[in-house]
Design a protein around this ligand. Structure first.
Ligand code: FAD
Ligand code: SF4
Length: 486
């Protein structure tokens, strides 16, 4: 513990964001460049190096938080980066995008504001990249074994990097035209600039991982062929089937899944399109769903020049303080103001959409809703509360129901699913098919980047053991882990 009085002398400070009027005019990350570094050593000094660091359990990766806080306090960025990478392949992703369940579990959080763990994490990794400390780590010798990874989101990338470094020859198959999964085409540029993915891919290529884009397993290559060609397979195909809203008017023009809307906006930023074919410009926009995906639609609509943005949520507005049912150190479901919400728009809680109304050309114009209250866990409509709001673009951001089954992936491999429709696996992340493993949202259901990386690392250990009989790779989690977190 570098500074025993750090938490007494310094209050919590977090990364500053750029002024709203400036940042909604561009797509760059919302953070004020250079604002973090001057404060980060003091912030790291607030870590108490507790006897039992609950933050370790709060973080699905088991990040060694007090250790790298100490190095960050001493401004020994090289050692800090080494400790950070010991448990996390991609801290530049989590340091920007993680909801930081570690901070909810920070012991200081019992009676003070917790340590700004996520901001320390991103400072360490950004410094490491700037200093040239993030270099390829190719294996010393090759095992002669081959692995196919299906899907290039954070789970697939983590599994591929671990297995490549363990000496196996790994090819990542991705049906999209670029690598990254939801990091690339779900999450908007203003939350994480894609250059962070690109430089990791370069590192992985230099280590020996092969990438094959625009190849859909099940359609372009069938499962039998893949199994014949590779000694093991990791399915990291995500949970990409969007939950629909089958109400009258769903078929009108202008009603889209969030994951039809967001990838197009990202493709404009990649330079593939000049204007998105689905744009909020000059429109009243309604986003259905109050989670992260919904917030990303809100921020995207602001930047495209929406007339108004309304976000609907069927659940009641969450509280701002922990309740008895969500005590420290659990991850509480609290009211969250994301950067997109700071930028404007209205949030409406406890409402349900009854139908959409269009004009004579079949374009959506109005969304009809009704207030609801929950009785015995089920929403009940409140009579007399029906109303309509203008809606010329509607995005459905109500979550995902599981991995894509349209392409034959599940059927061709003969994969068993669990009760929630995710690919079933055992304690080693192995499916019912010998040599076929599953990691990330495909096995867990829709979740978080930090869990996807933890799953990818853990599944890699299972695969390594299957291929060689033993493994020195770490396995941060079991498939059933929920730990203290989301
Ligand atoms: C809009 C949005 C915003 C989010 N924001 C956050 C956030 O801020 N913080 C956070 O922690 N989490 C966030 N999440 C959740 C997070 O992105 C996911 O939990 C995470 O990406 C899951 O990783 P994964 O590797 O399992 O799957 P994915 O990232 O979904 O990647 C799966 C990949 O597999 C590919 N694929 C599927 N089937 C095949 C096939 N048959 N052949 C070849 N390729 C295939 C897909 O094209 C995709 O690229 C967000 C999710 C969404 C949708
Ligand atoms: S990955 Fe997430 S939970 Fe883990 S230390 Fe970083 S911010 Fe915290």
């Amino acid at each position: 513990m570098a500074d025993p009085k750090g938490f007494l002398n310094h209050g919590r400070e977090i990364a500053q964001t750029r002024p709203v009027e400036e940042r909604v005019k561009d797509w760059n990350e919302v953070y004020q460049p250079g604002s973090l570094l001057p404060i980060i050593s003091k912030q790291a000094s607030r870590c108490m190096d507790c006897g039992i660091p609950f933050c370790h359990n709060g973080c699905p990766l088991g990040n060694l938080i007090p250790e790298w806080n100490d190095y960050a306090y001493r401004e020994d960025w090289t050692e800090a980066s080494e400790r950070l990478h010991a448990t996390n392949n991609f801290p530049e992703f989590t340091g920007r995008l993680c909801p930081a369940p570690c901070e909810a579990a920070c012991v200081l959080g019992i009676n003070q504001q917790p340590v700004t763990i996520k901001n320390v994490e991103v400072s360490i990794i950004d410094k490491a990249w700037d200093a040239g400390d993030v270099t390829p780590q190719p294996p010393e010798r090759l095992s002669g074994k081959t692995v196919a990874v299906i899907g290039s989101g954070p789970a697939g990338l983590a599994a591929a990097q671990q297995l490549t470094r363990a000496g196996h020859t790994v090819a990542v198959y991705e049906r999209a035209d670029r690598i990254g999964g939801l990091l690339r085409y779900g999450i908007p540029e203003f939350k994480m600039e894609k250059r962070h993915i690109n430089r990791r891919i370069e590192q992985m290529r230099a280590e020996g991982t092969k990438f094959r884009t625009e190849v859909e397993i099940g359609r372009d290559i069938d499962a039998a062929k893949l199994r014949k060609r590779y000694d093991a397979v990791v399915i990291a195909a995500g949970a990409t089937t969007s939950r629909d809203l089958p109400v009258p008017g769903r078929e009108l023009n202008g009603v889209h899944f969030a994951m039809e809307y967001l990838p197009l906006a990202n493709k404009v930023q990649e330079g593939d399109l000049t204007v998105s074919p689905i744009t909020a410009e000059g429109k009243h926009v309604v986003v259905i769903g109050g989670g992260d995906t919904g917030a990303d639609c809100v921020g995207t609509a602001h930047r495209q020049g929406a007339l108004s943005v309304t976000q609907l949520e069927i659940m009641p507005k969450p509280g701002e303080e922990r309740t008895a049912g969500q005590p420290w150190p659990t991850f509480p479901m609290l009211y969250k103001v994301t950067s997109a919400h700071e930028e404007g728009g209205e949030r409406v809680y406890s409402v349900s959409t009854t139908h959409f109304e269009g004009d004579e050309d079949g374009n959506v114009q109005w969304l009809h809703l009704v207030e609801v209250e929950f009785k015995d866990g089920k929403p009940e409509q409140k009579p007399g509360t029906e109303r309509r709001i203008p809606a010329q673009l509607v995005t459905l951001a109500m979550g995902f129901t599981g991995t894509d089954q349209q392409n034959g992936l599940v059927e061709q491999f003969g994969l068993e699913l669990d009760a929630r429709g995710n690919v079933a696996r055992d304690a080693d992340f192995a499916t019912n098919v010998p040599g076929v493993y599953v990691a990330g949202d495909a096995g867990r259901g829709q979740s978080l980047i930090v869990w996807a990386i933890a799953e990818g690392r853990s599944a890699a250990r299972g695969v390594d053991r299957f291929l060689t009989g033993a493994s020195a790779l770490p396995a941060p989690i079991k498939p059933t882990d929920r730990a203290l977190t989301v």
